[in-house]
Design a protein around this ligand. Structure first.
Ligand code: DAH
Length: 339
């Protein structure tokens, strides 16, 4: 028995020492110490040993087992340490490599211009409102006093989703949504994207942005409109900026006007920038038409208001002296990072 134990032990130790992986080590453990392992079978045959010898033999088996386990564990630890070391080596980071520079974006000139406009109007107590880009014909046209046969509804200008729904051609539609809420007075600007079926060129794009303005209260007059817009452009283009109103026609305002600003490049004497006129056209405006008020449930005898609409790209192009609108949409970072 003693010899057999010694043989098992020697064989086990030899196997352990010549093993080279954790898997092999585990195999050896199973073969010797497992349920059907060699040492276990010796333990089972203990019943054949004379009872008085059993404790001594049992002790021998346990000693052998402990000795084998000790070597197994030591070897296991050794392999694990080796594996860990190899893994760490494979994962080492070369701290001397130059870091990848993160690409830091910045605001688009349209965004810079919009935030400037918002800042000015919020400072005058206006709310910034948004409305849907996909719009019912009613909000884009009908409720703005643009009847069914109006040339602005011509299919050349408007993208139709179906006969009832369009991509809004103007942010003026947001005026109607705001008036329908029934909360007066109103003092809002509504920036957003608009769509027109236009060919792309230096001054046109099928999708661009407008900022709508609407004020409705008791006793609002054209003088309020003039004062507000004069203040707006002074803040935007400089305190020297003068304004000029030219009579115009918009279906939703009466009277209507277009507003020019004195050229901020030459101060009004005439230059290449203002094409020699000294003035630059900037926006459309007027007193809200009584029909428009009525259709949205506001009594024109009690309330009056003014409205205006300005192209955001136009402001960005003027302010940053960009001469081609397409540059704003190409997203060439060499261009964009200048602002
Ligand atoms: N919606 C007009 C356009 O797209 C711009 C405009 C003009 C808006 C006069 C207004 C306004 O609110 O009063 O051409």
């Amino acid at each position: 028995m003693k010899e057999r134990l010694q043989a098992i032990k020697d064989q086990a130790l030899a196997q352990i020492n010549s093993s080279d992986t954790l898997e092999k080590l585990n195999e050896i453990r199973v073969n010797i110490l497992g349920k059907k392992g060699e040492l276990t079978s010796v333990l089972k045959s203990l019943k054949d040993v004379a009872p008085e010898d059993r404790p001594a033999v049992g002790q021998l088996v346990n000693d052998a087992r402990a000795a084998i386990e000790e070597v197994l564990d030591a070897k296991k630890k050794e392999y694990e340490a080796k594996l860990r070391e190899a893994k760490l080596k494979a994962e080492t980071i070369d701290v001397t490599l130059p870091a990848k520079k993160p690409m830091l974006g910045h605001r688009h000139p349209n965004t810079i211009a919009l935030e400037e406009v918002e800042r000015i109007f919020v400072g005058m107590g206006y709310e910034v409102i948004e409305g849907p880009e996909v719009e019912y014909d009613y909000y884009n046209f009908e409720a703005l006093n643009i009847p069914a046969n109006h040339p602005a509804k011509d299919e050349q200008d408007t993208f139709y989703i179906n006969s009832n729904i369009v991509l809004r051609t103007q942010t003026s539609s947001v005026q109607v949504h705001e008036m329908e809420k029934g909360k007066l007075p109103i003092r809002m600007i509504a920036p957003g994207r608009v769509y027109r079926s236009d060919e792309v060129d230096a001054t046109h794009s099928p999708s661009f942005h407008q900022i709508e303005g609407l004020v409705i209260d008791k006793n609002v007059t054209f003088a309020d409109l003039k004062g507000t817009l004069a203040e707006f452009v002074k803040e935007l283009f400089g305190s020297e900026t003068k304004v000029k109103f030219r009579p115009h026609h918009f279906p939703f305002t009466e009277p209507s006007a277009e507003m020019d600003v004195s050229c901020f490049k030459c101060g009004g004497s005439g230059c290449r920038f203002c094409k020699g006129s000294g003035w630059i056209e900037i926006l459309g405006c007027g007193m809200v038409h009584p029909n428009v008020l009525k259709m949205s449930g506001i009594d024109p005898e009690e309330y009056t208001g003014f409205a205006f609409g300005v192209g955001l790209e136009r402001i960005a192009l003027l302010k940053y002296e960009i001469d081609d609108m397409r540059l704003l949409y190409e997203n060439d970072t060499r261009f964009l990072k200048q602002f």
